[in-house]
Design a protein around this ligand. Structure first.
Ligand SMILES: [Zn+2]
Length: 379
């Protein structure tokens, strides 16, 4: 049911087709984040209009509200939110470690208090799989523990626990129509990362996820870890770099053999009036746009850019109209999805590697990174 076919390669970068029960994913792919079973401010029709294929939703949030059993009884996540294309859920691990008010970790699982009402809950690997089976996404994640990347001792403990938990998740899984990915951890320690990549690859899951990056380490450290892990990935399985990232990170990730990305950045920026553009990010609140008749980006094919001026968008923002968030989200997501479409074309014609310096230069002014911790809380 889950087949991954590599269709072209350009050194470590590659294009592929990942077959899921809700359709084929052309990789490399960028997935918009729909934390609470909605990509904020957008309808499924908007998402189809920008050619989104994969949407991510968060296990921790949906378990707390409205509850995974309710989602199951409503026909599962696809039907509940009316998204007919492929979906992915995370394991809930990252949110428990970043959002929950208090948490107590032991070898069996994590007890935590809800950030919504302070009520007490417990996640184990088996519980995470059971919740994700109720939600019903196509791609699900093994329960993992994300450590502070700079704490070597804790990174080792968290990595070893993540490995044991991945084995338990695989045993607990019952649905054949879901692909469970194991998650590599190991902080920013090259030896731990290599050991974790080797172990997770040995589990023979249909895909490999890379967790614990873009959580406070430098970009150089993140790219170094991607280089360290690369020899251990199975060639014929998709690789998912969780929670990444900026346009610059997408380009650098594909260059290092990554196939799947997700990030809240485009929609989060949109709600703060910030738009991706070819000459650097625009703050649409800026007074200089008050009478600007041009679109956000002349080169963009999205509905917002084909229809509205910067002057109109600025007016909506100043007047605090909700439509502003929708229109800028459409543009920001389309910008990253279009970047991935062009990258797939460049990999296929063999020109990707030689184009990387120009692509990075072009996206340089959009490169600012948002700490993942902060992003998760904002969601
Ligand atoms: Zn646009």
């Amino acid at each position: 049911m889950f087949q991954f076919q590599i269709t072209s390669g350009n050194n470590r970068a590659r294009t592929g087709v990942f077959t899921t029960p809700h359709g084929d994913l052309l990789t490399p792919v960028f997935a918009p984040v729909g934390t609470q079973a909605t990509v904020k401010t957008l309808t499924p029709e908007h998402l189809k209009g920008i050619n989104a294929t994969l949407v991510l939703s968060n296990t921790y949030h949906l378990y707390l509200r409205p509850g995974d059993e309710l989602v199951r009884d409503m026909g599962g996540l696809h039907k509940f939110m009316q998204w007919p294309r492929p979906m992915l859920t995370d394991s809930g691990g990252y949110q428990v470690f970043s959002l929950a008010q208090t948490r107590k970790i032991d070898d069996d699982g994590v007890t935590f208090k809800s950030h919504i009402d302070g009520s007490t809950h417990r996640f184990t690997p088996e519980k995470s799989v059971s919740i994700q089976e109720n939600l019903g996404a196509d791609i699900i994640m093994a329960f993992d523990e994300c450590s502070d990347p700079n704490d070597h001792r804790y990174s080792k403990v968290a990595m070893e626990r993540t490995h044991r938990w991945a084995e338990r998740c695989l045993k607990a899984k019952t649905r054949p129509d879901q692909a469970l990915f194991g998650i590599i951890q190991g902080g920013v320690d090259p030896d731990l990362r290599a050991a974790s990549a080797e172990f997770i690859a040995s589990l023979d899951t249909p895909g490999i996820a890379i967790g614990g990056l873009s959580v406070g380490e430098t970009k150089a450290e993140m790219y170094a870890m991607l280089d360290v892990m690369q020899p251990f990935y199975p060639e014929n399985k998709p690789r998912y770099l969780m929670g990444v990232g900026t346009p610059e990170d997408l380009i650098n990730g594909v260059l290092r053999g990554i196939d799947i990305f997700d990030c809240v950045l485009p929609t989060r920026l949109a709600r703060h009036h910030s738009a991706f553009a070819s000459n650097g990010r625009l703050n649409l609140m800026n007074a200089s746009f008050a009478r600007d008749e041009s679109p956000i980006d002349e080169t963009c094919d999205c509905y917002t850019c084909r229809t509205f001026t910067r002057a109109y968008l600025r007016h909506l923002i100043v007047a605090k109209e909700l439509l502003a968030g929708t229109l800028v989200s459409i543009h920001n997501l389309r910008a990253l999805i279009r970047l991935m479409e062009s990258i797939r074309g460049y990999v296929a014609d063999g020109s990707f590697e030689s184009r990387v310096p120009v692509l990075l230069q072009q996206w340089h002014g959009n490169a600012e990174r948002v700490g993942k911790h902060k992003v998760a809380q904002d969601e």
